[in-house]
Ligand binder design. Structure first.
Ligand SMILES: [Zn+2]
Ligand SMILES: [Zn+2]
Length: 275
């Protein structure tokens, strides 16, 4: 058998299209579903919503809009390449499209994916900050933007994009999940990724219904202050894995509980600094 037909056999396989390719497509559509409306809001920057802006300075919309689109396209093309190359291995994993598990097993698996991915992401992200080479050459790309809007969520070095995507698939591969459960999981994962960058802390944001999640403010402070708040989604990890919470973020949560809006919190902080 020549090399071409050997490879052709893999890609002629419907499972190749259902597992890595459809999963990637669903993941991108989910990201854009959250990112696009919030990016349009950030673009118009309506006066009525300014009190909910986490950082009062203007969004870096014009500077990073097209670069973000370009990164999304290039990073996904590279990821497609990586998935094609690794398909012979991915095919051997326990991921399947046979019988779906019962509903409570599906819920338990999704919970496991969220917790496992967030735990692993915390360490990967923290290491990218602590290792000077990785910070300078890879992770600093994502940190070029200090005041993010939705579409900036996937503005990152392609290596970070591939690593983050691999981490997302690691949980499902470990337990050999059903493909439909993986699709639900990547939708959740991309909602997390987009929501963390929307730049507004609005009380009616549906993401607030997710337990333990504190909303976009958690990751927004990571962009604003650079050090700390390393988890992808769930702030409890900073508390228990080395006190890496950003103090200004903890102060923000306290003031928010007292009923202050983001703009009032920032103004109060400025007044206190002057004193
Ligand atoms: Zn970072
Ligand atoms: Zn970010």
């Amino acid at each position: 058998m020549d090399l071409f037909s050997y490879w052709h056999g893999f890609y002629n396989d419907p499972w190749f299209w259902q597992f890595p390719m459809a999963t990637l497509a669903i993941s991108m559509v989910s990201f854009l579903t959250v990112a696009i409306p919030w990016t349009i809001i950030a673009w118009f920057d309506p006066v009525s919503l300014r009190k909910y802006k986490i950082q009062q300075k203007p969004f870096e919309f014009e500077k990073f809009f097209w670069p973000s689109i370009a990164r999304i396209i290039i990073n996904n093309l590279i990821l497609i390449g990586v998935l094609i190359i690794s398909w012979p291995l991915l095919k051997l994993t326990g991921v399947h499209n046979t019988e779906l598990p019962v509903w409570y097993i599906i819920i338990a698996q999704l919970l496991f994916f969220v917790l496992f991915d967030d735990f692993m992401y915390y360490w990967m992200h923290r290491y990218m900050h602590e290792n000077k080479w990785l910070l300078k050459n890879i992770h600093s790309v994502h940190h070029r933007i200090r005041n993010t809007c939705g579409i900036n969520g996937n503005y990152m070095h392609w290596i970070e994009y591939v690593l983050t995507a691999s981490l997302t698939l690691l949980g499902p591969i470990l337990i050999g999940a059903h493909i439909y459960v993986i699709w639900i999981w990547v939708i959740i994962r991309q909602f997390e990724g987009a929501d963390g960058h929307i730049g507004y802390d609005i009380p009616w944001n549906p993401a607030h219904y997710f337990p333990v999640y504190e909303g976009p403010v958690y990751h927004d402070f990571h962009h604003a202050k650079f050090k700390g708040n390393y988890a992808g989604f769930l702030p409890y990890l900073d508390k228990y894995l080395g006190k890496t919470h950003i103090p200004a973020y903890l102060n923000y949560l306290k003031k928010k509980k007292e009923g202050l809006t983001p703009v009032e919190i920032e103004e109060q902080g400025k007044r206190n600094k002057k004193k």
